[in-house]
Design a protein around this ligand. Structure first.
Ligand code: AMP
Length: 595
């Protein structure tokens, strides 16, 4: 399908072309015609990064009336970053529609700037729920002419505690509007919102939920960081028929790994953002038709690549975000085939494996890095196997008498040895004195893994390694009533904190996510800011975790009242230590703590 076939306005098609979009993504193919030609509400299940913004943005822009100065569409998004991104994307899509005015409103920015932008009524408001409600109460946003309400990353909004805000907003928009809900998952609460607020809605699922793919085996290899490349080669050599994407974190790393592989005689190439579109297309096409065995890629560059028969996904470096890992691993094990998601890690990254295990509810298997001998054996028998099954070309018959004559003094055994050596000397030479690349698991790691095996599903380690911090000072361990069940990931936690606090100042370290709660460290002098911000979040309970040293010391000091008034909290925020009488009354998180 082409964008032209989607019957969008010329101005929009031109903008899409200028952005380099050649064909619609699957979610766009399904959502754009639906929005343009149907009148129903929509629940679309699609992962992030699938082109959702254009899927709703292009038809919205196509249908809005630029001449009518009213807010005709409202897009709700969970975080300030996403809000800004959506607005930027929509403005790009509307580049040929100069009369269309789009305004983002989100927490954490001086509201006066947004108020000024709202002076001229926008056609589209892109908002985080909390700030929108604030602006509604100030009478600065009017939703009475809204025809389209988009809930983007709806599951994420619920995870972040915006349920009540969303319901309030849903009640503010006129009855006669279309709701378009996008979500990566379908928890019960989303189903309930759909039932309550949508009429006769259609459900579109694009792509598979890849996190649960049963066909994917998750494997990791533990090595020294500097030996990653050697380990990669052993893995690849151990799987002569590998057809894999090797994911790297940066363009530079992608280039380096691909160049080394090519230099070492492997059938590999690189895919990254520094290539022109034409170069990228060529590489992708070569890979699609199996002319390339391995593609070394960044996550972003690999987005446009849809292949269903990968044998392996290799995480040359683990991503920071579990969702990125699920995206990567979900690229293998498709179409009823088995696949392996391999991670090459060093010992300090073990905690990442544990986090992913908990989030995916899948066990990872540590495999030992094959020895040089293992690799040689594998290659040898692969070759023998191929020889056994090779299709014999009849044209050889003509030369056979001469060949037989030439080799007549050799036994069958000698002939086999020579043929094998001809093919195989390279491997034997390379791996002759190959060292063992495995690193010992530390006793603590072994213990925790054992515990995990004994008690599957239970977090193996109490604490995750400390993140490096530039800042120093006393830390407080915090506890929040959102955990794995609510879909909390380290990234989501940080996003939520940034969004609620309204800037990115709070430094968070040592995150531990359990089923129902998340624990994390913050610096004592940032506590007040965090607590202030979360005080207005009705559904979120934030409190100092029991059992951390700082907290226990406080208890020993027998402070029953005025937790934050106590002078021993040297690093505690100045503003909160003054004016004690105001404290406590308007801080629900404090009352929660004392229950
Ligand atoms: P989204 O899921 O909306 O965040 O989009 C993910 C990325 O895909 C963004 O960088 C978009 O610019 C890009 N994108 C969206 N649609 C297309 C398309 N049809 N072709 C190529 N890239 C696209």
């Amino acid at each position: 399908m082409t964008f032209q076939e989607l019957e969008l306005k010329d101005e929009i098609l031109q903008a899409v072309k200028a952005l380099g979009f050649e064909t619609p993504t699957p979610v766009q193919e399904r959502v754009i015609p639906f929005m343009l030609h149907e009148q129903k509400d929509l629940v679309a299940l699609a992962q992030t990064g699938t082109g959702k913004t254009a899927a709703f943005g292009l038809p919205l822009l196509n249908m809005l009336e630029p001449g009518r100065r009213q807010t005709q569409a409202l897009v709700l998004s969970p975080t300030r970053e996403l809000c800004i991104q959506i607005c930027k994307d929509l403005r790009n899509y509307a580049a040929g529609l100069p009369d269309i005015h789009i305004v983002p409103v989100y927490g954490g920015e001086d509201i006066r700037v947004q108020l000024r932008q709202l002076d001229r009524t926008p056609h589209i408001v892109v908002a985080t729920p909390g700030r929108l409600i604030d602006l509604l109460q100030r009478g600065k946003v009017h939703l009475d002419a809204v025809e389209y309400l988009v809930l983007d990353e709806a599951d994420e909004m619920l995870n972040m505690g915006f349920k009540d805000d969303i319901e309030t907003i849903l009640q503010e928009v006129p009855a006669e509007h279309r709701t378009l809900l996008f979500s990566a998952t379908m928890p019960n609460e989303i189903a309930r919102i759909a039932r309550t607020y949508m009429q006769n809605h259609e459900e579109i699922t694009v792509g598979e939920r890849n996190s649960g793919t049963e066909n994917v085996q998750h494997v990791y290899y533990l090595c020294q960081a500097k030996q990653r490349y050697l380990v990669l080669k052993r893995i690849v050599d151990m799987h002569p028929d590998i057809y894999a994407i090797i994911f790297c974190r940066t363009r530079q790393e992608t280039k380096e790994v691909a160049e080394k592989l090519m230099h070492d005689g492997y059938n590999a190439d690189a895919l990254h953002g520094d290539l022109s579109q034409a170069q990228r297309d060529t590489v992708m096409q070569k890979f699609r038709i199996h002319n390339l065995q391995m593609l070394v890629a960044t996550d972003v560059a690999a987005r446009g690549l849809d292949v269903s028969d990968l044998t392996h996904v290799i995480n040359y470096n683990l991503p920071d975000d579990v969702e990125v890992y699920t995206h990567r691993s979900g690229r293998t094990g498709r179409a009823n085939k088995k696949g392996v998601s391999v991670s090459i890690i060093h010992s300090k990254e073990k905690y990442k494996i544990k986090t992913i295990e908990r989030m995916l509810k899948r066990d990872f298997e540590r495999q030992l890095i094959p020895s040089g001998l293992d690799v040689c054996k594998k290659q040898l028998f692969n070759m023998i196997n191929k020889m056994q099954h090779v299709e014999v070309n009849e044209q050889i018959d003509a030369y056979l008498p001469q060949i037989m004559k030439q080799l007549e003094y050799l036994s069958k055994e000698d002939i086999i040895k020579r043929f094998v050596s001809e093919e195989f000397n390279r491997f034997l030479d390379y791996y002759k004195d190959a060292p063992d690349l495995n690193v010992e698991e530390k006793p603590a790691d072994r213990k925790s893994r054992k515990r995990q095996q004994d008690e599957p599903g239970k977090p193996a380690g109490k604490k995750e390694p400390r993140a490096k911090k530039k800042k120093t000072g006393e830390k407080i361990r915090m506890k929040i009533n959102l955990g794995e069940r609510q879909g909390i990931t380290p990234k989501r936690l940080l996003g939520m904190i940034n969004d609620v606090v309204g800037d990115r100042d709070i430094m968070v370290g040592d995150i531990e996510i359990t089923n129902k709660f998340t624990f994390f460290d913050i610096f004592a002098d940032q506590f007040a800011k965090l607590a202030h911000a979360f005080a207005s979040q009705n559904d979120i309970e934030l409190e100092p975790a029991k059992g951390n040293r700082a907290y226990d010391n406080r208890r020993k000091a027998d402070f029953n009242e005025g937790f934050w008034d106590d002078g021993a909290w040297d690093a505690a925020p100045r503003g909160r230590r003054k004016g004690g009488s105001r404290r406590g009354e308007d801080k629900p998180w404090r009352r929660n703590r004392r229950k």
